[in-house]
Ligand binder design. Sequence first.
Ligand code: EPZ
Length: 448
Amino acid sequence: MHLRVASFGIRALCGEGLKGLSMGKESILVRGNGTLSGEVKISGAKNSALKLMAASILGSGESVIHNVPDISDIAIMSDVLRRLGATVCREDHSLRIDASGVDSFSTPYELVSRMRASISVLGPLIGRFGQARVAMPGGCQIGARKIDMHLVGLESLGVMFEVDHGTLIASTPDGLHGSHVVLEFPSVGATENMLMAAVVAEGVTLIDNAAREPEIVDLCTMLCAMGARITGAGSMSIEVEGVPLEDLHPCEHTTVGDRIEAGTFLAGGALTGGPVTVQGIDPEYLRMAILKLKAMGCDVACGEDYVTVKREGDLIAADIQTLPHPGFPTDLQAQFMLLSALAEGTSVITENVFENRFMFASELMRMGADITLEDHHAIIRGVQGLQGAPVSSTDLRAGAALVLAGIVAEGYTTVYEIEHIDRGYEDYVGKLRSLGADVVRKESEERV
Ligand code: EPZ
């Protein structure tokens, strides 16, 4: 079997012969051919587009958002907006969202439980209606994902909260008013929810220790295009001068490129030697990741909207601390742990953002990586090579990294639970195949 498949590649294995498999969950089958080279177009940023969609609630009329990735999280957020009364139509990678029909301020548990990012409608619903009923989001594999900072920040703007059987009930008995808030941690979600309420608060709001991610800047750019008055986006202090809700209007906006998707493919290029070029991304968004690629022995070239990585020598061990932007992104931690697993020497990766984001390590160890976990540190001793194995995605970034691991592993790797990957990567298999990887999606009736 192995010999037969090796000669024909994976397509033969997953060709007609296996058509009869009963419909089961899909998985990704990877044949380790060590190849990723070429150019790949990066999609719009999932972690911006979701919030841009939520912000459209504030403009009564049709907004158009371009460069929206075709991924399952976007489909879920579209359902959330439709449930609120909006119409959402996709035209290729653009979304037409008409929020004039939004007549509800409630989002049910069955939608929020499918995607915790639905909590991003909390701020705009309060902005538009002065109230909201949003199911409390649960945690996930990588952590508790609390929203206490969202609530403290919104309370400073005059919002009052009750919790009724898992539903958050927000009200503003005295309306929304400006405030000087210092966030305990530069939370991306808390910054975003505060921004989408503060834009219509009476007076000026100053958010100190605000998140500085590029997706925050993208949201502020769209809010300003709708008529909001925001300065300092991308810095630790963001100032919002509230305007009346009726002054906010729909707009047309293009989502920034997805720096995490780009970083994922760059890690793939570093892994195989490349060269891999990611097109449609501002290199400025990836400064720390690029610094680490260079420290690990890669050559990196940057243009206005692309980054190219290649490597001739061995990968070199490098320590990494994940931190809020502009620090090293936690969403690239798994991908760079994979690089460390095959680097010369020992690396220490410290995860400072989420309390439980090392599950990927245990899957990688099943492929032969040598990793010791100590609290929020991972000590990774480089090995000569990895062996293909059946593995499971624990979150979308770990899943994407496991597929990359399969590309450089000896033999075959099957990655299960790939619905996680589909949440955040548009056509991940197709893009990898365009770079020469031997990967296919397949129905998997059972785990082997
Ligand atoms: C966003 O999550 C992203 N998700 C995450 O990407 C990303 O990892 C994270 O920002 C950090 O960059 C989306 O944008 C949809 P946080 P968010 O609020 O907003 C704690 C991916 O892979 N915290 O900055 O939830 C929290 O538990 C995903 O695309 C509180 O304790 O991140 C976490 O430990 C994964 N209380 C830390 O702060 C709060 O009120 C960072 O959270 C809020 C957050």
